[in-house]
Ligand binder design. Structure first.
Ligand code: SAM
Length: 360
């Protein structure tokens, strides 16, 4: 097939993967191997021609194989990879669908009312609940093992997760350690409701609390004083450029006066050759943030900022999301590493430690 037809067809397949993630279709194919179109639609009250269209789009790229009579689909040669990366497609289409639809209009210097747009492009919509749902899935798949290894054994820890989404990370830690206590903060009311529902259904409300809050302007709460360890995954890049991120980091340090450690996981600017293909996720991340007028820092810009705020970086670890790392930071006043349960170097040997900031 010629390349331009492949680009056209793959954009339809990409939207179809997102839909298949949302409908649980990929999960069903993973579980049962074969999906019968009529039965699947009957059980879930779905429109059979639409489901068949989604399957055809995926079949065009080898993700599924449709039976000749179009009554059933089975896994195709590209299924395993698609299943592994499915939440990136949902992140792109559900999370940033409005942005993609309005790409030309958003390139204008004027907003929908004809007003000139200067620096603030906050009118660009995205779907925080979809982004949080996708982030939870790819976080569990590509980050959590490394995150827990770097965090080490801290069964009595009190932690705060900034931009916690559905609070899945706090829940995992609370289920692992009966004495663990956690506080989650998120701006999205949907994320807070989702988190509280999950926490209550597991009977963890005595140990985890999720509150609405904006990390850019934290209102101090008495329980923040108990927090020893801060964590934040896939949020902090939002606060750049430099001066505003510096202000946010200082605000966090003030709001959590007894926190001595901060584990941050985030995506950095790839600085890849624009004339070459990028790995999955990277192009979507950089295009969407450019349209939103967001500045994505490089790894060395992060390092310089941590030094400026007075935090030292004990290690930087690559995670499974492209161009993304985990920073293990020590805040002023921290006791020696072994006293706060920081992972001894032996226990993180499985982690690909890419460098120490002093060496970079
Ligand atoms: C990409 S999601 C990551 C969610 C979660 N940390 C995870 O890794 O699964 C970013 C989360 O940060 C939240 N968020 C965005 N801006 C925020 C802010 N200024 N203060 C607090 N939360 C924010 C979003 O609502 C969303 O739940």
């Amino acid at each position: 097939m010629d390349k331009i037809s492949r680009i056209f067809n793959s954009s339809i397949a990409s939207a179809s993967i997102s839909a298949a993630f949302e409908l649980g279709l990929l999960e069903e194919l993973q579980r049962a191997e074969v999906v019968r179109v009529e039965a699947y639609c009957r059980e879930r009250d779905l429109h059979p021609p639409s489901l068949l269209a989604i399957l055809k789009a995926m079949a065009s790229q080898g993700i599924v194989e449709l039976k000749a009579d179009l009554t059933a689909a089975r896994r195709g040669p590209l299924f395993a990879e698609t299943y592994r990366y499915q939440s990136y497609f949902y992140w792109l289409h559900r999370g940033y669908g409005w942005l993609l639809l309005n790409l030309a209009a958003l390139t204008s210097n004027r907003d929908s009312r004809g007003e000139i747009v200067h620096r603030n492009r906050d009118f660009v919509h995205r779907d925080p609940a979809a982004i949080a749902r996708a982030g939870q899935e790819y976080g569990e798949r590509f980050v959590d093992r490394i995150f827990e290894e770097v965090l080490g054994d801290q069964p009595r820890m009190v932690a705060a997760d900034l931009g916690c989404g559905g609070a899945s990370r706090l829940i995992r830690l609370a289920r692992r350690w009966p004495q663990f206590r956690g506080i989650g903060v998120d701006t999205s009311s949907e994320a807070v409701a989702l988190a509280n529902h999950a926490i209550e259904s597991l009977g963890l409300q005595g140990r985890i609390k999720v509150v609405p809050g904006d990390v850019e302007n934290l209102s101090v709460r008495p329980e923040f004083a108990e927090v020893q360890v801060l964590i934040s995954l896939f949020l902090m890049h939002e606060f750049w450029p430099h001066d505003s991120c510096l202000r946010v980091l200082r605000g966090i340090a003030d709001a959590f006066p007894n926190a001595r450690r901060f584990v941050i996981c985030d995506t950095y600017r790839s600085d890849a050759d624009p004339n070459k293909d990028a790995p999955i996720f990277t192009l979507g991340f950089e295009v969407s943030h450019a349209i939103m007028g967001r500045y994505i820092p490089s790894l060395s810009e992060w390092d310089r900022l941590f030094a400026e705020v007075g935090w030292s970086c004990l290690g930087t670890y690559r995670v499974g999301v492209p161009h993304s790392v985990l920073f293990d930071l020590v805040l002023p006043g921290a006791p020696p590493a072994h006293q706060v349960g920081r992972a001894a170097s032996a226990s993180v040997t499985a982690v690909d430690e890419i460098d120490s900031p002093n060496k970079r």
